[in-house]
Design a protein around this ligand. Structure first.
Ligand code: FAD
Ligand code: SF4
Ligand code: SF4
Length: 662
């Protein structure tokens, strides 16, 4: 039996307002093994920690329970305090009586009863605790950045400038992300390419950065400091070392009617293509699905015209394997599909477009060379209607519950740019609220209203009805005047919600990183660790974590880089002490545990075991404690109950359950 001390925290009034902490102390003092119990205002404070240290020394405690906030907040603090007093830090348990008790209950008597039960379970667990030792693992001084948008580029540049090697893996043929598709950017209205391309060039030229475009992460194993990643370099069918980027192949390629992804399908590209003029690398790829040579075996024009002899139809996908100490995820976003929003007639009229399509139309290098024109007949519009929050802030399951955050600002940007260049065009914006928190953002929106006379209507649009003459009738409601309104438009622009890149689910599984209900990657703590994933060594950069504009993206990218640099700067890391341990007497070597272990920590060895006096050599499981992350998957999978997790053993869990049900 341990000699246990229990320390009950008031957390100011966070706990004490709902839980009778004195009562918890009184009841828990009676538990078997408890030789000391006290309460204090803030156990995490210097004075609170000193109380724990003193009690360990004076009462010769062998185990400690702190009843306080979640272990995610202060377990490390209390472990350090316990170690300072000479006790093994794993002889401590935290009973969460704040998040799991005082914060979610109102009735003091009931909450106090529950706090006692939680404390009792922790005492039962400490009674079975054994001292554990942390191990050490090395740190590979190289980072992987997944996604080559502005977030990935910025994170890579910051890590590389600190002296570490960085690889960027980008799935499309060029880095640049969505920002490369934008025309001008709020709130300064400077040209997007003018501020993005210098960064792209810098990343490409940086001696510490290696860029894999047209590539995807295929497999991730390992753990913080020592990830092994397999990257699939898709066959470009063009030899990058030979191509001079002259572009002759694209001019001559006869397969010309393929919708350009970069122009959101508004313009065409050839089967051999670079997505945009400033693409990095400036080396085309052959889209094999649309290439005549790959489809029919005929053609081969690009190979004939390429002076550099760079075309390689036989090129194969290549899998490369690389080790990394840290991974930054920067996979960004896409706009939602509009098939559930047919009331806006997107599928019925070419003149109903999305805001991203408008960016391409407004861009001098876009499908209309920067001329604002109707896609149906090429005429200049006279009346334009913008509809905000299409698919954002939805109360129903049709769209996204969240605010996409950027649409109010980019709609004001679009409205202003149009009124500036085409003063005769009337612009009406339907909005629910205008949300403009950000430096100079509200001033920007007010300029749209006051200086550019954009007609803002507070209200939603019920329907856009295409008319026989090609016009669009917009049926909406003006909430301020409390009336239905009809607006005639030649073009309607939808500010569509954004959502995480669809690849993120698969990636999250590979990274064992968590995602929220909307598929955005979850941060380790929303306030205190906003750029770290709960998976150690994985950091979050840009819109993959939640909607953001460019300044916020760049700020977060820098923060993620700093966290990665902090990790790469270390030579060794302390490894988790709560690792799996097989009972080799019970193990029958069935391989179930190795099959479920996501970290490849389990192998098998031939070992002589003494089974009730019978000595025999058996194939038994062995855990590499440097690789084991203590996830517990093997312990639940083992059909023989042979695998146990140190610090969370089956006996301990059952003892906790017994203590709760008592
Ligand atoms: P992205 O730009 O989406 O980049 C992510 C990159 O990761 C992409 O290159 C993608 O191909 C790649 N990727 C995705 N998944 C994988 C994978 N599994 N493996 C490898 N690579 C992958 N912001 C402003 O501040 N000002 C503006 O004026 C402005 N206007 C906008 C207008 C519109 C219509 C829209 C939609 C957005 C606008 N924004 C604006 C927001 C801006 O586009 C974003 O803040 C910015 O692009 C976010 O950068 P990112 O790198 O996080 O994501
Ligand atoms: Fe590269 Fe050859 Fe095409 Fe020129 S013609 S861009 S060298 S592949
Ligand atoms: Fe042994 Fe259990 Fe692993 Fe099977 S699952 S090999 S029994 S430890």
């Amino acid at each position: 039996m341990q000699r246990i001390g229990v320390f009950v925290c008031h957390c100011g009034s966070n706990i004490a307002a709902t839980v009778d902490v004195k009562k918890v102390v009184e009841v828990i003092s009676q538990e078997p093994g408890v030789v000391h119990a006290e309460d204090y205002q803030y156990m995490c404070s210097e004075a609170g920690q000193e109380k724990i240290i003193q009690a360990i020394r004076e009462k010769e405690l062998t185990g400690v329970v702190v009843c306080s906030c979640s272990p995610r907040m202060h377990e490390a603090t209390f472990r350090k305090a316990v170690a300072k007093a000479g006790l093994n830090p794993y002889m401590l348990e935290v009973a969460n009586i704040r998040e799991q008790c005082s914060w979610i209950h109102k009735d003091m008597e009931e909450a106090t009863k529950k706090a006692v039960i939680l404390a009792r379970a922790a005492v039962a667990k400490v009674n079975l605790d054994a001292p554990l030792q942390e191990g050490e693992s090395r740190v590979t001084k190289r980072a992987l950045v997944i996604g080559g948008g502005i977030a990935g580029i910025q994170s890579a540049l910051d890590i590389a400038d600190a002296g570490y090697e960085v690889d960027i893996v980008e799935k499309t043929p060029s880095i640049g992300g969505r920002m490369s598709q934008l025309d001008k950017t709020f709130p300064t209205l400077d040209c997007s390419a003018c501020i993005l391309t210098p960064k792209m060039v810098e990343a490409n030229a940086h001696e510490k950065i290696h860029i894999y475009t047209y590539s995807e992460v295929e497999k991730i194993s390992g753990f913080v400091g020592d990830f092994t990643v397999e990257i699939r370099k898709k066959a470009r069918s063009v030899d990058m070392s030979k191509c001079t980027g002259c572009g002759v192949c694209q001019e001559k390629c006869p397969s010309k009617k393929i919708p350009s992804e970069f122009n959101r399908g508004l313009g065409n590209r050839t089967a051999i293509y670079t997505p945009f003029a400033q693409a990095i690398p400036n080396v085309p790829v052959i889209d094999r699905e649309n290439c005549i040579k790959f489809k029919t075996g005929k053609c081969g024009v690009c190979s004939k015209v390429c002076q550099a002899g760079a075309i390689d139809y036989d090129q194969k996908d290549e899998i490369i394997s690389e080790k990394y100490g840290a991974i930054v995820v920067a996979t960004g976003f896409d706009t939602i599909k509009l098939d559930k929003y047919d009331e806006y007639a997107y599928s019925q009229s070419k003149d109903v477009i999305t805001s991203l399509e408008l960016e391409r139309i407004m861009n001098a290098a876009g499908p209309t060379k920067g001329h604002l024109e109707r896609l149906s007949d090429g005429r200049a519009p006279k009346n334009m209607v913008f509809i905000q929050c299409v698919g954002s802030r939805c109360a129903d399951t049709r769209g996204k519950s969240y605010c996409s955050k950027i649409c109010c600002m980019y709609t004001a940007k679009h409205a202003m740019l149009i009124r500036d260049k085409y003063p005769d065009v009337n612009v009406t914006v339907f909005y629910i609220d205008v949300r403009t928190p950000g430096k100079n953002f509200d001033e920007f929106y007010r300029r749209a209203v006051e200086e550019y006379h954009v007609n803002y209507v507070k209200g939603q649009v019920g329907k856009v009805i295409p008319q026989p003459d090609g016009q669009l009738l917009v049926q909406g409601v003006d909430l301020l005047d409390n009336k239905q309104i009809l607006v005639n438009a030649d073009m309607v622009v939808l500010a569509t919600a954004i959502e995480p890149d669809p690849s993120v689910r698969k990636l999250a599984t590979m990274l064992t990183a968590s995602i929220d209900n909307n598929n955005f990657l979850t941060e380790a703590h929303p306030k205190l660790r906003p750029v770290e994933s709960p998976t150690a060594g994985v950091f979050l950069s840009g819109v993959c974590q939640g909607p953001k504009d460019i300044p916020e993206t760049v700020a977060q990218a820098g923060a993620a880089a700093v966290k990665a640099i902090g990790l790469l700067a270390k030579d060794k890391l302390r490894t988790n002490a709560c690792t799996a341990k097989p009972d080799q007497l019970l193990c029958n070597g069935c391989s179930t545990c190795a099959n479920v272990c996501p970290y490849g920590a389990i192998s098998y060895e031939e070992k002589e075991v003494n089974d009730h006096g019978i000595r025999e050599v058996r194939r038994v499981a062995a855990v590499n404690s440097a690789l084991c992350q203590g996830c517990g998957a093997c312990t639940v999978a083992c059909p023989s109950g042979a695998m146990d997790l140190q610090g969370f053993s089956n006996r301990q869990i059952i003892a906790e359950v017994d203590a709760i049900c008592r």
